[in-house]
Design a protein around this ligand. Sequence first.
Ligand SMILES: Cc1cc2nc3c(=O)[nH]c(=O)nc-3n(C[C@H](O)[C@H](O)[C@H](O)COP(=O)(O)O)c2cc1C
Length: 497
Amino acid sequence: MASSSSIHARLALVALLSATTFYCIHKYRRLKRLKTLSLSPSTRRGKIFFISETGTSKSLAQRLHKLLESNGIAFDLVDPTSYEPEDLPKETLAIFVASTWDGGKPPKDGEFLVDWLSESAEDFRVGSLLLSGCRFGVFGVGSRAYGEEFNAVAKEMSRRMVGLGGAEMVPLGEGDVDDGELDRMFQEWCDGGYKIIGSHSGVKICRWTKSQLRGRGGCYKHSFYGIESHRCMETTPSLACANKCVFCWRHHTNPVGKSWQWKMDDPKEIVKGALDLHTKMIKQMKGVPGVTPEKLQEGLTPRHCALSLVGEPIMYPEINALVDELHGKRISTFLVTNAQFPEKILMMKPITQLYVSVDAATKESLKAIDRPLFADFWERFIDSLKALQEKQQRTVYQALSVKSNGEYEVACEHAHSCCVLLGRTDKFKVDGKWFTWIDYEKFHDLVASGEPFTSRDYMAETPSWAVYGAEEGGFDPEQLRYKKERHHHPKPQAVVA
Ligand SMILES: Cc1cc2nc3c(=O)[nH]c(=O)nc-3n(C[C@H](O)[C@H](O)[C@H](O)COP(=O)(O)O)c2cc1C
């Protein structure tokens, strides 16, 4: 007969095994559910979560919610106490405004959500792809007075979201309630770095502008054409677009539409607003290491305008008046269109350089990459390429590539180091090698035939490329060209590792 101590030991073992089994089943079910959810992300509305104790973060979240709503962008404002964190893998866009309290802890209303993120990130069975369908941004509300714990919750959330595969679409914002700059910082964070002009335009000081102000390198326009990036203004008269491209840096927080449906601002006001804001941003570079007074002074009189910031600039019905306004100020114009408005390309007045974005080589891949609103998007794309051919001006086919876990590879490495195909002149990189797309006529023929094409068919050695000067007064508004254009003949560079 078994002794009472061995019965106790057996009972304890059975209890332990049942508890372990129960725990494993529970975890397995949770895991299974999470995996299923993560494999079938739905196209849900974006969410703005507020994690707040005394209401500061909540009111910022409410402000952002209102701003998006007034731009026709529907988001849900979410109180974490009424949200099931296990639904996070279904989200495609999540914005968190979160404060930090005593000991670096979240407010009690956000504890469950924050703990869920930390636990999931540490659970090796959950995996690092759980939130791979979710783009997110975190803005922290805290106080620097708390030293190491400053914005600890926001930092933790951002780290955990990345650990679970989320794509951080805007760098972590760190608001300090005590420095008097919280509102301004939040606004800048919401703008994603660009400033809004009137009701539908934007301007941004691009990183190359900053770089060249500091005496460093410029963008490809500098390498190819001699255009000084610190004298270039990046702006758009339309934040709206007819595509929802997978690589879009706005991550679908900008309005979309097939036609202009918004109140229209005056083109003169847009140019004035863009120049005012641009010069204000340039002035803020004063005192930054490397920025000399001369460069700063030059930066205050932009000579070039890149109409390519975000959205689709030619959707703006007064685009011709807008470019006239810029040319009248001796500012050259570089406009990039997304190949969905061929009729607008045809009615555009000549500008300095007109680009059409070539994001894919087949109907299927264009649909997958650009996610166009138009049903006849492919016909529009082909017609846009043809329309470019008819323009009596300098044109560019700009081939973008999309880096998406290796799923899409279009023409070059990734979306924002775009490759510019200037007629038969430019070069681009694929698989670490440089190529040039030279056969302009052949490309036109192929495009005109409507056959799918691959960019690889159009790569060859670099014979030459044009460089045109951007000296003071060098741009001729009559000719829409630079007076001192010249041609540059570098050695062929077919393969550069
Ligand atoms: C008792 C107390 C503890 C705090 N601890 C922190 C902290 O550890 N880290 C931090 O960045 N901010 C800390 N703060 C600052 C709060 O985050 C700040 O007051 C914020 O405005 C609260 O935002 P909320 O109203 O959205 O909760 C603390 C504030 C108080 C009153």
